[in-house]
Design a protein around this ligand. Structure first.
Ligand code: PMP
Length: 370
């Protein structure tokens, strides 16, 4: 037996994660789709006061049901759907990664199947692996949209218990039209297995104006789950707070698998304080959208293939040797992500200064390689 005595299928596997390099060595970090704008002094002071208040009662366990936080998250989500969202429809955990792992713990498992459509977020197969859920990946069309007929056929054949649909998708930026979500909810709910459909809206706030949130479909489909996060548009990646909206029975089911007191008192207090500053923290979303659209235009003018993006990142290519381009950019102090289909690279949208640095580094790398 090799050491340590790890599960067979985990041996030799690298932990998931993009390189984390010191900011003084690599000043332009555009690799993990963070919001580049930090909080204001007033917001920092409010968050610090909330953390300090929570510190006074750290000898006690936190509110296991995070009632106050669920109320505020329900209020926040209600702005995205005419039917509104009530606290019983909300669940939260330490990042939307944990929310989705809990969904797989509750609704996946041995003898059960999870489906998504590649290229897509590379953590999904890891949730499946870690919960012993069978993993099936369909393919997206060449423009990274869902091929609806193929998707319907796959769902009918595989009868998945969980379908994971990011909208916008990572790493391509592709948003899903509501009729695609509706069709998959109907197909997945209409068989003996009765699967749930998880629309992962981690980047939902960045979508273009003509794309509604899947939250609007919640009153029509009890098997629909919409996940969100404070990590991206909300500028709170360090906070680790992800959440979902779904039928109350789905939230109740997750309570069976969650660890007790999984959301610390500090997390709850800090998330509540951050939500009080929602207008400020979300205040750069429009600017980031404009910066994204300008980046797409610039890259296309330069002759690259670029996927349409509803997110705060852009997938572009195609490169015979994408690693060399990634390395060339890194050598010039710009870190992007080597991910997605072969030949493509993904860049997050940063400040105007960061994007100028990216454009100039890419032009430079190209000139050198020409
Ligand atoms: N979904 C998608 C599509 C993502 O890209 C990410 C983060 N990169 C997440 C979920 C998880 O984010 P978090 O755990 O920070 O909420």
């Amino acid at each position: 037996m090799s050491w340590p005595p790890l599960r067979e299928e985990l041996r030799g596997i690298e932990p998931y994660g993009a390189p984390q390099l010191p900011i003084d060595l690599v000043p332009v970090q555009l690799n993990v789709n963070e919001n580049p704008y930090g909080p204001s002094a007033a917001c920092i002071a409010d968050i610090a006061a909330a953390a300090s208040e929570a510190a006074a009662t750290l000898n006690r366990y936190p509110d296991r049901e995070f009632v106050a936080l669920r109320q505020v998250l329900a209020w926040y989500l209600s702005s995205d759907t005419p039917a509104g969202i009530v606290p019983e429809q909300v669940w939260a955990a330490n990042g939307s990664n944990e929310v989705m792992l809990q969904l797989l713990q509750a609704f996946g498992g041995p003898g059960r199947t999870a489906v998504s459509f590649a290229p897509t977020y590379s953590m999904y197969p890891e949730y499946a692996r870690d919960t012993h859920t069978r993993w099936v990946a369909g393919r997206r069309a060449d423009d990274f949209a869902l091929d609806l007929d193929a998707a319907r056929d796959l769902v009918k054949t595989e009868q998945p218990n969980v379908i994971l649909l990011p909208s916008p998708n990572n790493p391509t930026g592709t948003a899903l039209p509501p009729d695609a979500v509706a069709m998959l909810c109907e197909t997945a709910g209409g068989n003996d297995v009765s699967g749930i459909v998880v629309v992962d809206e981690a980047y939902g706030e960045f979508r273009r104006a003509d794309v509604p949130s899947a939250l609007e479909l919640l009153p029509s489909y009890r098997n629909l789950v919409v996940t969100r996060t404070m990590s991206k548009a909300f500028a709170g990646a360090g906070l680790r707070l992800g959440y979902l909206a779904a039928a109350p029975e789905i939230c109740d089911a997750i309570r069976i698998v969650r660890l007790p007191y999984h959301l610390s008192a500090v997390t709850q207090a800090v998330a509540l304080a951050a939500l009080r500053h929602a207008p400020e923290l979300l205040g750069k979303v429009d600017e980031l959208r404009r910066e994204r659209d300008a980046l797409v235009v610039w890259l296309r003018d330069e002759g690259y293939d670029v996927a349409d993006s509803d997110a705060n990142f852009v997938l572009f290519g195609r490169f015979a040797d994408r690693h060399a381009v990634w390395q060339g950019l890194l050598d010039r102090g710009v870190l992007i992500r080597e991910t997605g289909p072969d030949g493509w690279l993904r860049v997050s949208v940063g400040t105007p200064e960061e994007m100028a640095a990216f454009r100039s580094a890419l032009t430079d790398v190209n000139g050198e390689r020409a």
